[in-house]
Design a protein around this ligand. Structure first.
Ligand code: ADP
Length: 497
């Protein structure tokens, strides 16, 4: 059977539409950026109607060369946690989308912690209390938009994360998939439904909430009469997942012990832990990876605040390189960092340290230290931080990680990938398909509409571009990693408080 699937990748700064063929190859592609709205320091918003417009325009452009009927299904992946509330009847958002990065509800989160809810929330939702997740953003809109709470209680409003909003615009169905639902901080990851008691505690009326669906099933079909999308009318929207879980799926990490890391501005590491949730004791969060045909895969997730951004710092602040790729030939001039360790705690340290008072440090400098050593230390610190996360995962899950699959802007650096393989002592695989996030959504939709039969078929489509295996002596790598741990101790708690 031929045909194509269309994936929407609705990200934080741009929307994309990509058509994939049965071999997983990109047949068409369109992208459009949109405005970031910063009403106050620390606040971030998007216009939900602009989000929809950019998706619609990209879809129109991507399917230009296709005949009606050739696109068999549509998958959606999205920036997670971003919160939208709209009027059920008019379809008008009652406020801008509050973006995942937005810190406006940090104080409310502190109150929840003080009220002793940390454990209650962690046990049910797998999450730490943080402004990042949707629940306190929903609460903020209901508390601050005049009349919102009364309308919500009458059942006149709908809440959704971005996939919910897009699927509603496309089909009229009000649904959320489990991988997005579990990032709201009001979702019970054991029972796979919203946690009624937590909704009450957070004063979130239940009738706002979407119906929870699996990651691969028909949610609805594209409505007639959407301008520019006439060709897609009747096509099933039949796959959805939050961006990180979608990338894990797109990397064919289907077995427990499989992991992926995305090397972007920050780094996002996810490990498949199988069909039972494990609540982390190391500062990681537990999420639903995906649910397909009644089977659920859970993940442990951790993130590094400063990954590729450390390379940008070398470029923009220290001006040691003129472009990000320049770091590679510079770092390659030396066999190692010559004992220099850089701790990029620019904004404190995340998992597994959780130290907001830590600040950056460069240690081990000698009279012989040169730019190349610093460049190498920058690459080292990205790999060390990912290793920290993966070691926490190994410990929490009580199992080895079988392999690491990589994507994101900095994964193109061979030298960084080699450092990573040496440090982790496992194989690091870089795929041919670089659009793993979009491909994950396409794969979920393709399974549902019959383009692909099963995950075995998807595993065969996933092709490795390059494998990095540990090369350096274990003892050498251990010495360097231990030096990193010592450097982190020195940088910890630096800001006086
Ligand atoms: P994001 O999605 O977070 O914006 P990307 O996945 O686009 O990030 O990755 C961008 C990061 O990749 C930048 O921080 C940059 O430093 C890094 N980067 C880009 N090209 C290279 C390269 N050739 N070698 C090393 N790092 C690179």
């Amino acid at each position: 059977m031929g045909g194509y699937v269309l994936a929407f990748d609705q990200g934080t700064t741009s929307s994309r539409a990509i058509v994939f063929d049965k071999d997983g190859k990109i047949a068409a592609n369109a992208q459009k950026a949109f405005e970031q709205i910063y009403p106050q320091p620390g606040w971030v918003e998007h216009d939900p109607l602009k989000i929809w417009e950019t998706v619609r325009e990209c879809a129109q452009k991507a399917v230009e060369g296709f005949k009606p009927g050739e696109i068999l299904g549509i998958g959606v992946t999205n920036q997670r946690e971003t919160t939208i509330i709209w009027d059920k009847t008019t379809g008008e958002p009652i406020y801008n989308a509050i973006v995942w990065q937005c810190r406006r509800t940090a104080d409310l989160c502190e109150e929840l912690k003080k009220a002793g809810l940390t454990d209650r929330i962690k046990q049910s939702t797998g999450l730490l209390i943080d402004a990042y997740f949707s629940a306190t953003k929903i609460r903020w809109i209901l508390d601050h938009v005049p009349g919102a709470r009364a309308h919500a209680e009458k059942g006149e409003l709908l809440f959704g994360t971005v996939e919910t909003w897009l699927i509603w615009k496309l089909t009229g169905a009000h649904v959320t998939d489990v991988s997005n639902a579990c990032r709201t901080m009001i979702f019970d990851i054991h029972k796979l439904c919203f946690d009624k008691e937590l909704c009450e505690i957070l004063k979130i009326p239940q009738n706002l909430l979407p119906r929870v669906v699996s990651n691969s099933e028909v949610y609805g079909t594209v409505k007639d009469g959407i301008p520019g999308l006439e060709k897609l009318a009747g096509v099933p929207v039949c796959g959805a997942a939050g961006d990180q879980q979608s990338a894990l799926f797109g990397q064919a990490c289907f077995a427990p012990g499989d992991a992926k890391n995305t090397y972007g501005t920050g780094c996002f590491t996810l490990m498949n832990i199988g069909d039972k949730p494990i609540i982390s004791r190391s500062g990681l969060v537990t999420s639903v990876g995906w649910q397909i045909g009644g089977k659920t895969a859970y993940v442990l997730e951790g993130s590094v605040f400063n990954g590729g951004s450390t390379i940008q710092w070398l470029r923009d602040e220290l001006k040691m390189i003129s472009s990000a790729p320049d770091i590679n030939p510079l770092a390659a001039k030396v066999p190692d960092s010559g004992g220099v360790v850089l701790v990029p705690a620019f904004t404190g340290l995340g998992a597994p340290y959780w130290d907001m008072y830590a600040r950056g440090a460069i240690l081990g400098i000698t009279r012989g230290t040169n730019k190349a050593h610093i460049a190498r230390a920058v690459l080292d610190c990205i790999a060390f931080q990912v290793t920290d996360l993966m070691n926490a995962m190994r410990k929490d899950a009580g199992r080895d990680i079988t392999r690491l699959r990589v994507d994101g802007g900095a994964s193109v650096s061979d030298i960084l990938m080699q450092i990573q393989a040496d440090c982790l002592r496992i194989e690091v695989d870089r795929p041919e398909i670089v659009e793993t996030t979009a491909f994950g959504a396409a794969a979920l939709a393709g399974l549902s509409c019959g383009l692909w039969k099963n995950t075995d078929e998807l595993s065969r489509i996933w092709r490795c571009e390059k494998v990095f295996t540990p090369q350096r002596e274990t003892s050498e790598c251990e010495t360097e990693y231990n030096r990193w741990k010592r450097a982190v101790e020195r940088a910890s708690g630096w800001i006086e408080h």
